[in-house]
Design a protein around this ligand. Structure first.
Ligand SMILES: NC(=O)c1ccc[n+]([C@@H]2O[C@H](COP(=O)([O-])OP(=O)(O)OC[C@H]3O[C@@H](n4cnc5c(N)ncnc54)[C@H](OP(=O)(O)O)[C@@H]3O)[C@@H](O)[C@H]2O)c1
Length: 245
């Protein structure tokens, strides 16, 4: 039976690149989106034109009821989720004293709660079949912190520790869990940064450039493939040398 991959936040950016990369393999692809219905539908059409089964499913990952409905739809169509990519995420840039209580809760609800909700709903079937892969998209800022991004960086730090913990808990059930923690990737999210800030990061990056979404998708593809089977609890950071630990 074909494996089914669910990629949260795959209407645009890194998630979209992951969906397209994995569509080259032998998977059913579930494209999740929050608002961008047309982009998600177009992507699912593109994947079907590649000869793979694909559906686009709306769910705001910060809302448990919507996530539950999404999983019910996916289970009705494909029976299970074998590979879960928790990619949906939002960022807020600004000084900590200017960060509102609403922003704090919204970014945590999306990045951290969303990762928990999807993982919680995916794992019972993974456990019963003794196979599953979970890949959580974090960030270098979750490794080393970032001025003016305390909120975003701390959600990514939480994702890192969550992933290490579930890797230990779920390994006996045949499930692996890893983090991909990119540096700056050119997407709508990095477009929110001003050009000067992007240029500073580029100059500080030993390889002297930012990443494309496709380069991140290649790392995810490796982890999802059989070649990645012995990785669990790891943080893999494609970042051009910006962070070397
Ligand atoms: N870009 C970077 O420099 C960078 C670096 C390191 C890590 N990351 C991480 O990589 C992931 C993807 O980032 P990106 O740069 O591709 O971002 P992006 O271009 O802004 O795309 C975000 C994607 O997430 C979806 N999304 C946002 N909120 C959602 C929600 N509540 N429920 C479901 N989907 C939601 C969006 O769906 P809609 O289109 O429907 O809004 C969209 O598909 C994020 O976790 C981000 O933190 C990005």
């Amino acid at each position: 039976m074909k494996r089914t991959v669910l990629i949260t936040g795959s209407s645009r950016g890194i998630g979209r690149a992951i969906a397209l990369k994995l569509a080259e393999g032998d998977y059913n692809i579930v494209v999740n989106y929050s608002n961008s219905k047309d982009m998600a539908d177009n992507l699912a059409d593109t994947i079907r034109a590649m000869g793979k089964d694909s559906i686009a499913v709306q769910a705001d990952v910060s809302d448990y009821n919507q996530v539950k409905k999404m999983f019910d739809q996916v289970f009705d169509r494909f029976g299970k989720v074998d590979i879960l990519i928790n990619n949906a995420g939002i960022s807020v840039y600004g000084m900590l004293q200017d960060t509102s209580i609403e922003e704090w809760h919204k970014v945590y609800a999306t990045n951290v709660n969303g990762t928990f909700y999807c993982t919680k709903l995916a794992i019972p079937k993974m456990i019963s079949q003794k196979y599953g892969k979970i890949i959580n998209i974090s960030s270098i800022w979750g490794l080393v912190g970032a001025s003016c991004e305390s909120l975003y960086a701390s959600t990514k730090g939480a994702i890192n520790t969550f992933t290490k913990s579930i890797a230990k808990e779920l390994a006996p059930s045949g499930i692996t869990a890893n983090v991909v923690a990119p540096g700056v990737v050119l997407t709508d999210m990095s477009d929110q940064l001003d050009e000067e800030a992007l240029e500073v990061v580029r100059e500080e990056t030993p390889l002297g450039r930012h990443s494309s979404p496709e380069e991140i998708a290649d790392v995810v593809d490796f982890l999802v493939s059989d070649k990645g089977d012995f990785f669990t609890g790891q943080i893999i950071s494609p970042n051009g040398g910006l962070v070397i630990q």
